[in-house]
Design a binder for this molecule. Structure first.
Ligand SMILES: Nc1ncnc2c1ncn2[C@@H]1O[C@H](COP(=O)(O)OP(=O)(O)OP(=O)(O)O)[C@@H](O)[C@H]1O
Length: 843
């Protein structure tokens, strides 16, 4: 009993992982032994064991047993006879191979269910190869049957009996398909690919039917909606008229149901509160982001693979590191995820662009030129030695564009001294862009970045098809490219929350903007994202015209969805500020703090569409060439940009503004203050670099997507991923040929009057809902257009017109941007008096 307990305790004392390791080793041993017995198969062994008796085995003098040649003795002879002779000859080796694989997976504590397909594939190959060999053995008797075994011969014969000479064609086709499947490297990928073919075919067949069904359904819904809206309008009007009649009767109760707030309605927050909280949130997020960026500068070296270079004549060690890069995602993982995402939005049938539309990077890998590294090391050390600066060791981190030499100076060396020899070093290395960091942030080392002789193009596919990108849960993920450690550099636009980009002509801005759009198109459903594209240069963004019906937002009546004209750009920016105000009103009404919470509430059916609530997509405003706009419209452009940049983040509006002229009259103080996240491509001078980054460095970049990113904290050098015009065309073509939304996303119309003060005379053309509107405004003590829209169920334009009439009648104060207008009338009695006076005046 005691013994039993102690053994139980012995096993119980082992951790779960150790137990799995033991099981894994046992399974691998089993596979190894079966493999050994098959490999050492001898036909004569079986005859020998037939003649053995138990006495032979148990006697000290084993005699005939000793003559068994199988590596696993008698047991091996039996096993080998079974696997080689009876089953599939040497092809049976697939079986121990599969057992070994299972053992390995158990040992490494990996999911064994991943081995389902390799097992099926292995067994299938075993049968196929032994049948093919059996076929040739049957026909020509070329070799011994140990290659195919009795089972291989038998299956080949059966096939020959059934299909005659055609059997070899069938076997040939099966062989080619099996080899092709194997060439996909990873069996999972093969299975995915085959599954993908079937899924695509199925989709193509059902797509047409579904589309027609959806079309009919949409038409039906539209008709129903129109009828309901019409009915609601009639009812509303009747109610308003009744109300007015009741109100005009003396002594009628002042609380009329349609306009009074429902009993117990919680006090909603003011817009100022929302704005303040959103700004506070911004500050907090910015702090976190800065910490993240700073922590990027302090990543552990473990992520890079070390390659030691032998020491030369000098005694300074150099270690060369190359980043391993991010793990690639499964072949169709992103497509699969996107398919599910598209299914979640049934109101429009949408297919995300597939990964195969993107060019595959050539299989060259990141070549490291050790000679170049040694040469640069020699030059750097020579120069520093001449200035009596002693270096103890060097690390070289090889990135796609540049190599970072991290120098560890002797303790008595003043680090700032090294920086003063920058020009000397530049001349010595003859490098076009050499950037010195003294010290590297967060380390006591000095960094010298020297461009690689041969630079690597970072293909967009190698960034998008990574687990990091595919599995990210960012709302608006931007994977710009790769860092020096070959890591995909990713940020969430919603957390930045706006982005300023500058760089000289040809430095890679447009490719950068295309990278941003591509990342978003691969992760965001058109229901959740709209772009406003402003392109005064008229060519850069024209490629995106094709995605107009899905992704572009414009003001009503705009012919060209890509805005190229300055006055239209100004109008659109004004309209966006209006959209922002409206969204704040909706958020306030829903009593939520940001668009995410709002959409969640709306999607859960907690907000009433009848009251103007709607699903709010993120809006990304892209401006390619701010300079052109600023030169022609100056303040009129700067003001709405600054306002949007200050306030729009909580309501899902994000700006990406690019310019090739980073001068202070384009990137003004106001704009700069509101864009903490900035990207600098190569610029002409240190002054330009300072304008965009507040420090030098961008003037040392080497163009073609070489960039620096800062979010107010650290600074990261990134090689921007390359996306070609052809790839953009493929993606936009893929999206553009799908049926879009029936109605495009429209931004609110700007009424000149609101801004200019050119308001119609209150005594002319008074709206029939004027009095009802006045009562609503006075009761709620809130002069907001969206309140009227919701309560009176009228459009934005009409509500805006009524508000202007109320302003002229002295009931509300002037326009105040994102804050509701002040209400100048205190209560209903005062309002009655005022309305009477107006009536008299009208008569
Ligand atoms: N990330 C990149 N990788 C490789 N090559 C790039 C990359 N980005 C840009 N290039 C190369 O540089 C050229 C110029 O890039 P791009 O058109 O984006 O510059 P730009 O800054 O927009 O110039 P402009 O302001 O004149 O429009 C591209 O045609 C391409 O050949």
């Amino acid at each position: 009993m005691a013994k039993k307990n102690s053994s139980g305790a012995l096993l119980g004392g082992l951790s779960e992982s150790r137990k799995m390791e033991i099981v894994g080793i046992l399974v691998m041993a089993l596979g190894g032994l079966i493999g050994l017995s098959i490999l050492s198969y001898h036909a004569s062994d079986y005859n020998l064991i037939q003649s053995l008796s138990a006495d032979n085995l148990l006697s000290v003098d084993r005699g005939p047993a000793l003559r068994i040649q199988n590596g696993l003795g008698v047991v091996g002879a039996y096993l080998a006879h079974f696997f080689v002779y009876r089953l599939f000859g040497y092809m049976s080796l697939f079986i121990p191979a599969i057992i070994l694989l299972y053992g390995w997976f158990i040992f490494r504590d990996r999911q064994v269910n991943q081995l389902l397909w390799p097992t099926v594939y292995g067994i299938w190959s075993m049968v196929l190869f032994s049948t093919i060999l059996g076929w040739f053995n049957n026909e020509y008797d070329w070799y011994s049957s140990v290659w195919n075994g009795s089972a291989g011969i038998a299956t080949a014969r059966v096939l020959q009996n059934i299909t005659g000479i055609g059997s070899i064609i069938i076997l040939g086709v099966l062989l080619v398909t099996t080899v092709l499947a194997f060439m996909d490297r990873d069996l999972q990928t093969t299975v995915d690919t085959v599954k993908g073919w079937f899924a695509d075919a199925r989709d193509a067949v059902s797509g047409w039917q579904e589309e027609r069904k959806a079309q009919k359904e949409q038409q039906r819904q539209q008709k129903q909606e129109e009828a309901a809206a019409q009915q609601a309008r009639v009812q509303q009007r009747q109610q308003a008229e009744q109300q007015m009649r009741r109100q005009s009767k003396p002594g009628s109760p002042s609380s009329d149901r349609p306009v009074s707030p429902p009993a117990g309605e919680p006090q909603s927050q003011s817009i100022d509160e929302i704005v303040e909280r959103s700004q506070q949130q911004d500050r907090e997020r910015m702090r976190q982001q800065q910490e993240e960026v700073q922590s990027l500068d302090q990543r552990p070296r473990a992520e890079v693979e070390k390659k030691q270079v032998a020491g030369e004549e000098d005694d300074v060690d150099i270690s060369v590191y190359v980043g391993e890069g991010d793990e690639e995602a499964g072949a169709r993982e992103l497509d699969r995820q996107n398919k599910d995402k598209a299914r979640e939005v049934p109101k429009v049938k949408y297919k995300f662009p597939t990964v195969k539309l993107l060019d595959s990077p050539p299989n060259e890998g990141n070549e490291v030129d050790l000679n170049e590294i040694k040469e640069n090391k020699r030059i750097i050390l020579d120069k520093l030695k001449r200035h009596k600066i002693e270096i103890r060791s060097i690390n070289a981190i090889v990135g796609p564009t540049v190599t970072l030499y991290e120098l560890d100076p002797a303790p008595d060396v003043k680090i700032s001294k090294i920086e003063s020899y920058a020009n000397d070093l530049k001349m010595a290395t003859a490098a076009k862009g050499l950037r010195i960091m003294a010290p590297i942030p967060g380390r006591s080392a000095v960094g010298i970045e020297v461009p690689n002789g041969k630079r690597e193009i970072v293909y967009i596919k190698s960034v998008i098809n990574t687990k990091k990108f595919v599995e990210s849960d960012y709302e608006l993920p931007l994977a710009f490219g790769k860092t020096i450690e070959n890591e995909v550099f990713m940020v969430d636009l919603t957390r930045m929350p706006h982005l300023l980009i500058a760089g000289a002509t040809g430095s890679g801005k447009t490719v950068g903007i295309n990278t941003i759009i591509t990342c978003l198109l691969y992760k965001c459903h058109p229901d959740n994202l709209k772009f406003v594209m402003i392109d005064p240069k008229k060519i850069e963004l024209s490629l995106y015209q094709k995605i107009e019906d899905h992704f572009l937002a414009t003001i009503p009546g705009t012919e060209d969805p890509i805005i190229t004209d300055t006055s239209k750009a100004q109008e659109t920016l004004e309209s966006l500020t209006k959209e922002m105000d409206e969204r704040y009103d909706l958020l306030k009404d829903a009593m939520v703090r940001d668009i995410r919470a709002y959409n969640e509430k709306f999607d859960n059916g907690e907000l009433d569409e009848e009251e103007g609530h709607r699903h709010l997509p993120y809006i990304v405003v892209l401006i390619d060439e701010l300079a052109d706009l600023m030169m022609t419209a100056g303040k009129q452009i700067e003001e709405p940009i600054a306002r949007l940049a200050q306030l729009a983040r909580a309501v899902g509006l994000h700006l990406v503004v690019a310019t090739q002229r980073p001068s202070v009259n384009v990137i003004t103080g106001t704009i700069k203050a509101n864009f903490p996240a900035r990207i600098a491509y190569q610029v002409a001078s240190k002054v330009d670099s300072r304008t965009i980054l507040d420090t030098g460095g961008a003037d040392q970049l080497i163009g073609r997507g070489d960039m620096l990113f800062t979010n107010g904290g650290g600074m990261t050098r990134i090689q921007n991923a390359f996306v070609s015009t052809e790839e953009v065309e493929e993606i936009t073509g893929f999206i553009g040929k799908q049926r879009g939304y029936n109605k495009k996303y429209e931004l609110p119309v700007i009424q000149e009057e609101s801004a200019s003060g050119d308001i119609p005379d209150p005594l002319e053309d008074i709206d029939e809902l004027f009095e009802a509107a006045a009562k609503i405004i006075v009761l709620h003590q809130q002069g907001s257009v969206s309140l009227l829209q919701r309560k009176l169920k009228i459009g934005y334009n009409r509500a805006g017109r009524i508000i202007d009439q109320l302003f002229n009648a002295g009931i509300v104060g002037p326009y105040q941007g994102s804050t509701a207008r002040d209400v100048l009338v205190e209560d209903e009695d005062e309002l009655e008096q005022l309305l009477d006076e107006l009536d008299e005046f009208n008569r």
